[in-house]
Ligand binder design. Structure first.
Ligand code: HEC
Length: 160
């Protein structure tokens, strides 16, 4: 084949290619857009009120450092709240304890805790909330008390 012929045929090839490609895709495409029918039947479920929201917050802010995330404390240093008879049977004492602290020296499950527990909260609402939380968590199931139940608890004057 002569050189000019090669050139010529390749030009035809190019022309054909251009021709074809310009034809292709020219059709009318019908896009079927799926129109999602939005029938919202359900109202988003309201999250159930967590009765322990405040108590949990106070525990995580204040008590966790000593009594630990699992409520079990550190033997010999900070007593466990889990299965605590004191917490179970003397709820007023527990509320008073978080309001006023204790001097230390309690013997709990045969172990003496000599460190004092400093006062933790300033109001009975907070005290009841955190005691209800610890009394019903970690495996405890001691039931709830109300602020009314602790109306006779005395809040000691704060020493600055
Ligand atoms: C600085 C460490 C510390 C912090 C913070 C602390 N405690 Fe205590 N807690 C102790 C110590 C020490 C004792 C033992 C006190 C005693 O012998 O008088 C104790 C005892 C208790 C007891 C009685 C004993 C038992 O095991 O049932 C309860 C209830 C209690 N704490 C609840 C709380 C709650 C609720 C908070 C947070 C609001 C809290 N504590 C924060 C150190 C702490």
């Amino acid at each position: 084949m002569k050189k000019s012929n090669i050139l010529f045929s390749s030009m035809i090839a190019m022309a054909l290619t251009i021709g074809f490609s310009s034809c292709g895709g020219g059709g009318t495409e019908t896009k079927t857009e799926a129109v999602a029918e939005q029938t919202v039947i359900e109202e988003p479920a309201k999250p159930a009120e967590n009765p322990h929201a405040l108590g949990e917050k106070i525990f995580n802010e204040k008590c966790i450092v000593c009594h630990q995330a699992n409520g079990q404390g550190i033997p010999g240093a900070f007593p466990s709240l889990l299965g605590s008879d004191f917490l179970k049977n003397n709820r007023l004492g527990a509320v008073s304890q978080v309001l006023n602290g204790t001097p230390g020296g309690s013997v709990i499950n045969g172990v003496k805790y000599s460190a004092p527990m400093p006062p933790q909260v300033d109001t009975k609402e907070e005290a009841v909330a955190v005691i209800n939380y610890v009394a019903n968590h970690f495996g405890n199931d001691f039931g709830m008390i109300t602020v009314e139940d602790v109306k006779d608890v005395v809040i000691n004057p704060r020493t600055p």
